[in-house]
Design a protein around this ligand. Structure first.
Ligand code: SF4
Ligand code: SF4
Length: 229
C-alpha cells in the first residue's frame, strides 16, 4: 500500500511536546563518554524517517544528511547492514549533532524516542512502550513516571491519525511489538506499558494479561538504578 500524503508540518506541530518536563538529555549525557545525549549520538542511534519527511527536511534545513555509515568514527558500519533492517517506507539519516539541533526540524524518530506504539497480539494499539536496547543508556526508560501527560496525549493522537490511513506503518509496529514479546518472554520479564487510558501496566508477554502498576515503580537500569526523578 503506498504511503498516504503526510502533511509533515502538521505532523510535527502535533507531535512536539517534550517527553519529560526536565531536559532529559542533561540526565543521560554525563553517562555517555561522548558527552552528548545517547539518542543524539550517531554511535548509539541512527534515526529513521519517512521518505516524505526526508523530502520536507532536505528542502527546509541543512541539519540532516542521508546516513553513510562512517559518521561514528570509532565504529564505522557498512550501511547495507543497518539498511537491511530498515522498513521500506523509511530511510536512515544522520544529523549534525546536538550542538546544531533545530527543534522544529527534529525527525519523527527524535520526537517519539524512546517510545513506540505497542500493538497486542490480537491487534489493538493499547499504549506505548520503549526500544528496549536503550534500557542501560536512556534515563527516560528508568523514569517512566516522569513522562508528561501532554507527550502521552500527542503520541496517541499522532499514531491514531497515522494508523488510520497507513496500514504498513501499523504493521511495522505490530512486528516490533511481537519482537518485544519474544525478547521479554525469553527473559521472563513483563513489558512496561504506558496505556492510552492514562494508567501504567506491566504486561505478560505470553498472555498479555496486565497488572496496573504506577510507572514510578517500574524497574530502573544501568547508572539510573539508584536515582529518582
Ligand atoms: S530520550 Fe533518553 S537517550 Fe534521549 S536524551 Fe532523553 S534520556 Fe537521553
Ligand atoms: S535532530 Fe536534534 S534531537 Fe534529533 S538526533 Fe539530532 S540533535 Fe538529537
Amino acid at each position: 500500500m503506498p504511503a498516504p500524503d503526510l502533511n509533515i508540518p502538521r505532523f510535527y506541530t502535533g507531535f512536539s511536546a517534550p517527553v519529560t518536563a526536565l531536559d532529559c538529555g542533561r540526565m543521560c549525557a554525563p553517562h555517555n563518554p561522548h558527552g552528548i545525549p545517547f539518542c543524539c549520538d550517531i554511535c548509539h542511534a541512527v534515526p529513521a524517517v519517512y521518505h516524505q519527511e526526508w523530502e520536507y527536511l532536505r528542502l527546509h534545513t541543512d541539519l540532516w544528511h542521508p546516513w553513510r555509515g562512517d559518521e561514528c568514527a570509532e565504529e564505522p558500519v557498512n550501511p547495507s547492514i543497518l539498511a537491511e533492517d530498515t522498513p521500506e517506507h523509511m530511510r536512515l539519516l544522520a544529523c549534525k549533532g546536538p550542538a546544531h539541533c533545530q527543534r522544529e526540524y527534529r525527525s519523527s524518530s527524535c520526537r517519539q524516542f524512546p517510545f513506540f506504539p505497542y500493538i497486542t497480539a490480537n491487534d489493538r494499539f493499547i499504549g506505548m512502550t520503549y526500544h528496549w536496547d536503550f534500557e542501560p543508556t536512556c534515563w527516560v526508560i528508568s523514569n517512566l513516571g516522569a513522562v508528561t501527560a501532554d507527550f502521552r496525549r500527542e503520541f496517541f493522537a499522532t499514531y491514531d491519525a497515522l494508523f488510520n490511513t497507513w496500514l504498513e506503518e501499523y504493521e511495522s509496529y505490530a512486528w516490533l511489538s511481537e519482537d518485544m514479546r519474544a525478547a521479554f518472554g525469553s527473559l521472563h520479564r513483563r513489558i512496561p506499558i504506558l496505556h492510552r487510558n492514562g494508567s501504567d501496566y506491566l504486561l505478560s508477554p505470553a498472555t498479555e494479561r496486565m497488572e496496573r502498576v504506577p510507572a514510578s515503580q517500574f524497574r530502573r537500569f544501568g547508572p539510573y538504578r539508584l536515582s529518582s526523578c
